[in-house]
Design a protein around this ligand. Structure first.
Ligand code: ADP
Length: 811
């Protein structure tokens, strides 16, 4: 069974740190004070008018829909006659300069309307209306949601700066809402609190969106980000000095403050849009999508209900529209806490499923209510209780099966045509059946996945004989060697599976999935998938399909690996015996000749030389086999030391020059002066370069130029040595498997050339063990260049393989 690590996996819950407990306690005090405001407010009726001075003198500028003034029939445009027991002129004289009087100051009001009628209203004579209480309740519930979400997020994500900010946002907006309500009802000090909270709130929100996405993690550490609070700080300092007089805010300053809120909210909205458009990871886009959806879900009904109050006022409770604002904190909280992959498909599917479940459950409970209503004369209270408990039990028992049935039905009805799972899986299985080579199988797996899901790229790392994961196929954006290097690093760091959005996605921005391919209890490969080419999110269907493809692919790879291991052993025996037997036969032949005959001195020397050369070949073969065995059993010993590159290269080159036909080859050396020393195992580094030079000679049967170069790569702290020849070259199809054991390219040109196919495998394993990298560029019949990059500094991640590093000199 393939074990697919679901992206829908829950993240581990965080732990609360003690200092946050203090914070939470403090926050609760604020909550308590605000609740007290509401306590006062709920029993205090309010008048709900704003008076303004215009060309015709003082008039009623606005009338609150839930205040006493509206109930008393006072309308916009009415002229005040008496205020708080004084003639209006006398009262308003003080406010001529400000030109506006807010309701906070008005306790009693008498106005005259256009028809000359007098209308009066006084707070003291009126009990709070039910509308007013309902409105207060709506404000309170909304503030409560802000607070609750703030705390919840803080508890869930204590180490997260975004969570802290969200908690502060929750508190601030909760406070702003309660302060606003209390200020309308003349609660002392509420106005100032409301102004403080409301001015800081939008900037907190802006800050939150600035640092929320992973891409802007660096902003979290930058102190400059706090500069965004400067306008809010200036406003708060100016407010008591020049913005507030005679118990009310001055209109000019009020406008300034409104501009200030506007700027803060616009900046926050801009940051959300920017994050959405420039998201480097699906996680960020997902978060921003949730925020945008929740804002729309809040603002659209809020505006609709606020714009048409007259038509719907009598249908829905007063202040109802405010409740929609609660979607905003809910969305923000969800965006911080969630690590779930939620695309629109998933959202719709869940809404449909849970909507239908609610209907079924409601039907069951309605049955109970109807029974009780119909038989109310005959049923006593104990029977009614028994019926309720019975139906509650039935509803509980039915919940699970109902949910499963509805899910199956919904999937069948709404999602059946998205993918033809069976067809895709069957055709992939059919293509894989005829293949035995891991590379070919990998190509099919990657190709099918990338094509079917319309991904920008994908690649597969399969388990090699030495136990490491090696690239076996890459497509699209993941065909790029740099990207593959990045992915190889992620895999070598042991990141397992996918936890969406996961650590891997920050390490490599366009990586969406790392799926381990597991057959039985063996991990045979790791499939790396990018985002979709269309930048759409993955749906639940995509995930189901991926699961299927991964299972089939894992099984095909596993069986190919078993076949490979068996044939490997056969190859090993046949190559080893052939490669050992050929020189041994020559040695035996010449030795026998020497024993039987007494040749002249020159011939004798030639025969002895032949015996020597062939015994060298046997010795090299035995060395290679031992090295392979050491690598595969993790017993290679690497002694790292500082080494001067030019010394090693000179030494190796002179040895190779000695052993080849100098008239056929032109050796060019291009070593950058002042190369830094490298940190390698001197012998093994020499042998790797020696092997590449030997191959350059061996696979250039017509001779030609062989160039040995060495250049510094200071950015990546390494030196790159290359060996270029003008020989037979290597085709693209052979490049991937070149560095595996016993891989020899079978071409007419390589017919007469002897070799074991182990040299490059050993070179790669050793280079990687020293923290380096080996790769090649080649064109068929034009020549090849092999590159070996070795570090100039301490190994960053330790040796790549489980090799035994016994020394790290001069680090
Ligand atoms: P060997 O040379 O002993 O066969 P190697 O592991 O060194 O083993 O090389 C593996 C294969 O790679 C060789 O059999 C040859 O086909 C190919 N090869 C290696 N180096 C070159 C080169 N410079 N030019 C062309 N082909 C090469």
């Amino acid at each position: 069974m393939n074990q697919f690590v679901s992206p829908l996996r829950k993240p581990p819950a965080g732990h609360v740190r003690p200092k946050f407990l203090v914070f939470i306690a403090l926050a609760f005090c604020v909550l308590a004070v605000s609740v007290a405001f509401f306590g006062v407010s709920a029993v205090t009726p309010y008048i709900g008018v704003v008076l303004a001075l215009n060309d015709h003198g003082w008039t009623v500028q606005s009338v609150d829909s839930n205040g006493l003034a509206r109930e008393a029939g006072i309308k916009e445009g009415d002229v005040p006659v008496a205020i708080n027991g004084q003639p209006a002129d006398v009262f308003l004289e003080k406010y001529e300069k400000a030109g506006i009087v807010f309701e906070v100051l008005i306790r009693e009001l008498t106005v005259v309307n256009g028809e000359g009628q007098l209308k009066s209203v006084a707070r003291e004579n009126n009990p709070p209306s039910s509308r007013s209480v309902a409105e207060v309740a709506a404000w309170f519930i909304t503030s409560l949601v802000f607070w609750a979400v703030g705390f919840y997020v803080l508890i869930k994500r204590p180490r997260n700066m975004a969570a802290m900010l969200l908690c502060l946002c929750g508190l601030t907006f909760g406070l702003a809402l309660s302060g606003n309500m209390a200020a309308e009802r003349l609660v002392p000090g509420a106005l100032q609190l409301q102004v403080v909270a409301a001015v800081i709130g939008p900037w907190l929100l802006f800050h939150f969106f600035l640092i929320l996405p992973e891409e802007r993690a660096w902003l979290r550490k930058s102190r400059l980000v706090y500069l965004i609070y400067l306008p809010a700080a200036i406003t708060l300092v100016l407010f008591p000095i020049m913005g507030y007089a005679d118990g009310q805010p001055l209109p000019g300053f009020r406008t300034f403050r409104l501009l200030e809120y506007g700027a803060g909210f616009l900046a926050a909205a801009g940051a959300v849009l920017f994050n959405y458009l420039r998201a480097g990871s699906p996680r960020t886009r997902q978060q921003m999508k949730i925020v945008l959806i929740s804002c729309l879900a809040a603002i659209i009904p809020f505006l609709v209900l606020s714009i048409f109050p007259a038509t719907i006022q009598n249908i829905i409770p007063s202040g109802f529209n405010l409740l929609f604002i609660a979607f905003i904190p809910l969305g923000l909280g969800y965006a911080v806490v969630t690590t779930k992959l939620m695309d629109i498909d998933v959202l719709i599917r869940r809404s449909v499923v849970y909507g239908l479940i609610t209907l079924v459950m409601a039907a069951i409970l309605s049955a109970g209510i109807i029974t009780v209503v119909v038989f109310q004369d005959t049923l006593g209270i104990p029977e009614e209780i028994a019926i309720s408990i019975g139906l509650g039990g039935v509803a509980t028992l039915l919940f699970g099966p109902t949910k499963r049935t509805i899910e199956t039905l919904v999937d069948r009805l709404f999602y059946k045509d998205r993918y033809d799972y069976r067809q895709i899986i069957q055709s992939m299985s059919a293509s894989l059946r005829s293949l035995n080579d891991c590379v070919d199988i990998s190509r099919v797996i990657v190709g099918t996945t990338v094509h079917t899901l319309n991904l920008a790229g994908g690649c597969l790392f399969t388990k090699s004989q030495s136990g490491s994961f090696e690239l076996s196929a890459g497509q699209g954006t993941f065909a790029d060697p740099d990207k593959q290097g990045e992915l190889a690093t992620i895999i070598s760091q042991g990141i397992e599976g996918i936890e969406f959005p996961n650590a891997a996605s920050t390490a490599c921005s366009d990586l969406a999935f790392l799926i381990p391919l597991i057959a039985g209890d063996k991990r045979v490969g790791i499939l790396c998938l990018s985002q979709k080419a269309s930048r759409q999110d993955f749906s639940s269907n995509d995930l189901y399909l991926l699961q299927g493809l991964a299972s089939v692919g894992a099984m095909a790879l596993h069986s190919a690996m078993l076949v490979r291991d068996v044939s490997m052993r056969d190859t090993f025996v046949s190559i080893a015996s052939h490669e050992l037997r050929t020189p041994l036969t020559a040695i035996t032949g010449y030795a026998e000749l020497l024993l039987r005959r007494d040749p002249p001195e020159a011939t004798r020397r030639r025969w002895l030389q032949n015996i020597f050369d062939n015994s060298q070949k046997i010795s090299k073969m035995v060395d290679d086999l031992l090295n392979v065995s050491r690598i595969q059993t993790g017993r290679t010993t690497i002694k790292l030391q500082r080494v001067k590159v030019s010394d090693v290269l000179d030494e190796v080159l002179s040895m190779v020059r000695e052993s080849c036909d100098k008239s056929k080859y032109e050796f060019v050396v291009d070593i950058e002066p002042a190369l830094p020393d490298v940190l390698v195992d001197r012998d093994k580094f020499g042998q790797v370069i020696g092997n590449l030079l030997d191959n350059a000679v061996k696979y250039s049967p017509n001779g030609g130029r062989i160039t040995l170069s060495a250049h510094n790569d200071p950015e990546r702290h390494r030196v790159v040595v290359s060996v270029a020849d003008e020989g037979i070259g290597i085709g693209a199809e052979d490049k991937a498997s070149l560095f595996t054991t016993f891989h020899r390219i079978q071409r007419p040109e390589t017919q007469g050339i002897r070799g074991s196919g182990l040299g490059l495998y050993i070179a790669k394993e050793w280079t990687q063990a020293m923290g380096g990298e080996i790769w090649l560029e080649s064109q068929l019949n034009k020549g090849s260049t092999f590159f070996v990059a070795v570090p100039t500094q301490t190994l960053q991640d330790g040796p790549k393989k489980e090799l035994h590093v016994i020394g790290r000199a001069c680090q």
